[in-house]
Design a binder for this molecule. Structure first.
Ligand SMILES: C[S@@+](CC[C@H](N)C(=O)[O-])C[C@H]1O[C@@H](n2cnc3c(N)ncnc32)[C@H](O)[C@@H]1O
Length: 191
């Protein structure tokens, strides 16, 4: 289905954690509303994936945006908590606060060095952990192994050289926003 980008994601205004974070980096929160998290919300809302996987969850903000749009049956996150020892619990709390009925699993795993357990297949997969070319390539190949036919794989930070090269190699689509999103549609592009 053609992607429809919502032009605003107002939930950001209710989440003081996100506002604080963007203030810290001196970014205008409107960017987060109109050029970043609204994209995640839109992927969920347009494609309505039933099962969502994210590699690189941190505090659960992109996860929340995708899940609010999709209202999926299940969210599975993978994060080795490199950015903070308690980040997976914080992410789960954020998701539960807004989506109390969602089935949530967040695994503390390093996708560069550990093999994933059997997680089943997913309809939307977001990659936002490694940002160097080899690391992103690894996560794309992990994602391809657990993606349903017709699933979408989003690669964040494709305005950086490494992720962008991986996207080109797999014949995906570049979507210009604040960080640059790559989209691979499994079974449709060269994937
Ligand atoms: C940029 S943050 C994710 C931000 C989140 N997607 C969002 O937008 O709210 C990257 C996350 O990837 C995790 N990470 C980095 N390398 C990883 C690896 N090899 N395996 C699993 N997680 C990793 C870090 O711990 C961190 O929480």
């Amino acid at each position: 289905m053609d992607l429809v980008i919502e032009n605003d994601f107002p939930l950001i205004a209710e989440l003081p954690e996100i506002q604080k974070e963007w203030d810290l980096y001196n970014y205008d929160c409107m960017v987060a509303r109109t050029q970043y998290y609204n994209y995640y919300y839109s992927y969920g809302k347009t494609w309505k994936p039933k099962r969502i996987l994210e590699i690189g969850v941190r505090f659960g903000y992109s996860a929340l945006a995708m899940c609010m749009g999709a209202e999926p049956e299940e969210f599975v996150g993978i994060d080795n908590q490199f950015y903070g020892p308690d980040s997976n619990r914080i992410a789960e709390d954020v998701l539960r606060r807004y989506l109390p009925d969602l089935k949530i699993t967040i695994l503390d795993l390093d996708t560069q060095s550990q093999v994933l357990p059997d997680l089943g297949k997913f309809d939307l997969l977001h990659l936002d952990a490694a940002h160097h070319e080899e690391g992103v390539e690894n996560d794309v190949s992990v994602a391809l192994g657990i993606a349903n036919s017709g699933a979408h794989i989003i690669i964040d930070d494709c305005n950086w050289d490494g992720p962008r090269r991986v996207l080109s190699k797999h014949g995906g689509t570049y979507l210009k926003n604040f960080t640059g999103h790559g989209i691979l549609t499994v079974g449709k592009d060269s994937v």
